[in-house]
Structures are given as C-alpha cells and as structure tokens.
Write a protein that binds this ligand. Structure first.
Ligand code: SF4
Length: 83
C-alpha cells in the first residue's frame, strides 16, 4: 500500500503530537479528529500492514490496533483450519 492517501489526512491540520498522545484523554481527542477523516480506512490498513507501534492511526489506539491484528491472525488461522 502506498502513502498517497496521507495528503488527504485530516491530521495535516493539527500538530503531529496530537496523534502521539500521552494519555487516554489525548487518545480520545485524536480519535475524534480521525472520525471525520476521509482516509481513515486507508490509514488504519497502512498502520496494520506496517505494524506501526506508536500513535493513533486510522482512529485506533496502539492497543486497539494490536487487538485488531490478533483478531485478524486468529481469523486467518480459523479459515485455514476450516478448509
Ligand atoms: S485517520 Fe487520523 S491519523 Fe489517519 S490520516 Fe486521518 S486524521 Fe490522520
């Protein structure tokens, strides 16, 4: 996946540190911005594909992305075993 979608990211209107919050309140602030971002889906997939560890990407916190990756991994294994 390329990075052309980044040019349309809503985060370009905010300081970068907004998306690297230090606490839960900061995460919520970033997630509210992401909620109205036109490239939220591409952003999330990019972060998941590239195992981006830090910050809020695609409206998901680091913990939420880790959970999503675990769920996808589990689903892949389930689908593989079901064949
Ligand atoms: S989803 Fe959030 S972090 Fe991703 S490009 Fe949009 S505003 Fe930026």
């Amino acid at each position: 996946m390329g990075t052309e979608w980044m040019a349309d990211g809503k985060c370009r209107e905010f300081p970068p540190e907004t998306f690297f919050p230090r606490d839960g309140v900061g995460v919520i602030v970033a997630q509210r911005i992401c909620a109205s971002c036109p490239v939220v889906g591409a952003c999330l997939e990019y972060a998941l594909d590239n195992h981006v560890d830090h910050g809020v990407w695609g409206g998901k916190s680091e913990r939420e992305r880790r959970r999503l990756l675990r769920e996808r991994r589990r689903l892949r294994l389930f689908n593989r075993d079901a064949r």
